[in-house]
Design a protein around this ligand. Structure first.
Ligand code: DOR
Ligand code: ZN
Length: 368
């Protein structure tokens, strides 16, 4: 708990023990999976209710690989918003899924027309729907040269795919063997290392002093790898990169509370139906969208630095992407709020949110 007697104003955040409210500039989610079809309709309202904008991942079953497909996907998202009666303005920022065949000219056109905000590098077979990903970074030479020229951010799923590398080491090995040489070769490329999970990533990003940024999920701040095996295998705590040892979780908490502007919010909320999670060869992905802001606020409060939450959630991301900070605000109130047990999709299937049924100490105001 924060011991503040009277109302305290820190930047734009207003913290008060009397009113027990935290008002921050409206945040953005710099990494989210919204899916398509009925799943999109079921999950989108959660993200749109909290965030003004979101960087939407392109790893659909048929990935979004070019400008035309991105425009199509964006309009599906906007239609789903209307169908779900979301009246608040929400801007889906689109990304291009890089493949061995990506055309630099198409990427540049999409970026200059404002359709693409960034491009996503999935090493082939690193995660869900990444089979069409990049087989060898050397094949991206023309694309990366162009992105460097035009200032288009490269978002990276930073794990090697070599089956011989231990799954818990794949991020650290990627940084050492792929990312460092990549940054050396393209020194002006704007890079975001997505959903970092290790102290190795925190140290590397910090050492780059702003040349490389990183998104950090709420779940990697909350669970370590033990939570995958507590009382039996827990498929709803399985995501990629997989949660690591406790010392890595501690390093991530230090990063988000450091006040360093190259660490910012990206939920990596990645919904899969219960059927697809609780099965032989269950899917990787944690669905945190229903309680995203409450989860992060809980972490910042536990660390005793709730006044730093606004910068992490609402200021540093737009600054890195060269966008304006949002004009509106959101308010969190200090009251109990249960994470929903289930979210039902229109076809009757269900999704289980991260920490389903758990009571958190913060509630987004005006939550239905
Ligand atoms: O756990 C994950 N799920 N990690 C990813 O990188 C992809 C995501 C998904 O799309 O389900
Ligand atoms: Zn993701």
């Amino acid at each position: 708990m924060h011991n503040v007697d009277a109302s305290m104003k820190v930047g734009k955040s207003i913290i008060s023990n009397n009113i027990k409210e935290l008002t921050i500039r409206r945040p953005d989610d710099w990494h989210v999976h919204l899916r398509e079809g009925l799943l999109l309709e079921a999950v989108l309202p959660f993200t749109a209710r909290q965030f003004a904008r979101a960087i939407v991942m392109p790893n659909l079953t048929e990935p979004v690989t070019n400008t035309v497909e991105a425009e199509g996907y964006q309009s599906l998202i906007l239609k789903a918003l209307a169908k779900e009666n979301v009246t608040r303005k929400f801007i889906p920022l689109m990304t291009a899924y890089l493949t061995d065949m990506t055309k630099a000219s198409d990427l540049a056109r999409g970026y200059s027309e404002g359709i693409f905000s960034a491009a996503k590098l999935y090493p082939a077979n690193s995660t869900t729907n990444s089979a069409h990903g990049v087989s060898d970074i050397a094949k991206l030479e023309t694309v990366l040269n162009k992105m460097e020229d035009i200032g288009m951010p490269l978002l990276i799923h930073g794990e090697v795919t070599d089956a011989a590398v231990d799954v818990f080491d794949r991020e650290a090995v990627f940084i050492r063997e792929i990312l460092k040489p990549l940054i050396h070769e393209y020194p002006k490329l704007k890079v975001v290392l997505e959903h970092i999970t290790t102290s190795d990533a925190v140290d590397f990003v910090s050492s780059m002093k702003g040349k490389v940024a990183a998104t950090i999920t709420a779940h990697h701040l909350i669970i370590n790898r033990n939570s995958l095996f507590q009382g039996g295998f827990q498929p709803h705590n399985y995501c990629l990169p997989v949660a690591k040892r406790e010392r890595h979780r501690t390093a991530l908490r230090k990063a988000v509370t450091s006040g360093d502007p190259w660490f910012f919010l990206g939920t990596d909320s990645a919904p899969h139906t219960i059927k697809d999670k609780e099965t032989n060869c269950g899917c990787a992905g944690i669905f945190s969208a229903p309680s995203a802001l409450e989860l992060y606020a809980t972490v910042f409060e536990e660390e005793g630095v709730i006044e730093k939450f606004e910068n992490f959630a609402s200021i540093y991301g737009p600054a890195y992407y060269g966008l304006e900070t949002n004009a509106g605000t959101v308010t969190l109130t200090r009251e109990e709020c249960m994470v929903p047990e289930r979210v039902t999709v229109a076809d009757g299937t269900e999704i289980k949110p991260f920490l389903a049924g758990k009571v958190l100490g913060w509630r987004l105001k005006d939550k239905p």
